[in-house]
Design a protein around this ligand. Sequence first.
Ligand SMILES: Nc1ncnc2c1ncn2[C@@H]1O[C@H](COP(=O)(O)OP(=O)(O)OP(=O)(O)O)[C@@H](O)[C@H]1O
Length: 323
Amino acid sequence: MSSPPSDADEGVVRVSDLRKTYGETVAVDGVSFDIRAEEVFALVGPNGAGKTTTVEMLECLRTPTAGSATVLGRDLRTDSRAIKADIGVVPQSFHTFDRLTVRENVALVRRLYDEGHAVDAILEELDLTEWAGTPFDSLSGGLKRRTGMAMALVSDPTVLFLDEPTTGLDPDARRRTWEQIEGLADHGTTVVLTTHYMEEVERLADRAALLLDGRIEAIDTVPNLIERYGGAIKVVVRRGGTDSEPETDESVRPILEDAATEVYHTESGDLVGLFEDRDRAQETYSRLHQEGNGRAIDLISAGMEDVFLRLAGGTPDARGDLQ
Ligand SMILES: Nc1ncnc2c1ncn2[C@@H]1O[C@H](COP(=O)(O)OP(=O)(O)OP(=O)(O)O)[C@@H](O)[C@H]1O
């Protein structure tokens, strides 16, 4: 691997007014952003927003219609060979030899590179050692995805692109994938992630960009996005009693009314206080716990789902369709 030009430190990926059209369709409509060294950067947006087209241009798989970008200081248009040598890519569906084993598939990729990890070391790092001799086509979905990750990581890439890494995985496999991505980030790999799971963004991403109709609607650190667009924090006093005999305990209402910016009852009888200020919400929550007669009380923070809802007008389901 040759050394990248020195300005790479300023932005591992630098994108300036990038556009891609397919005939009449404008898939990416002039996006500009930087991805910093060693961060986990998430690209989110509903189906058709232009995420895949954007990352595929950065992976040198599609040619931009206009604009420019560098990856590790190298120009996308003129230096795609060098870029490809320095990045790892795990697309949603990737090419493997199905009858070859996990180790054989990873070894095949390893041979394409002058430098990289030992095959067995990367299998161990990804907890694949016990599956090393298993043919790829008899693996579970989660193990197939993990093999894809091993194939992308065996060349020791500086930047790793992951396209919806946990779509279709069961909760256990998803959690494991998250731990592996966290491990990569801890070891200095820059990770570029596209995902429909806002929980994944909150857990993994340092910064996120929300793409809508081929344009960046918002880009910032995850806490900043939540603070700016997530809306109010809720303190919810759950309704007591039974369905037939609901109990409305109004004794706690003055406490909420004193502190919250707005108080209302939900249709199911819960009492909700809205807060802009986190400390104030926390104090009120603690006080209600002391004086709430054992009533169940929840503190519900705004999250990336709220950001998505606010900016995109819906929340994405597992396939990215807005609900
Ligand atoms: N090869 C292509 N030819 C024509 N139109 C395309 C092509 N690829 C993508 N598009 C269109 O470009 C737009 C952006 O698609 P893209 O796949 O980049 O979105 P996305 O945000 O990745 O969506 P998803 O979450 O479904 O993957 C869509 O309108 C899509 O139909």
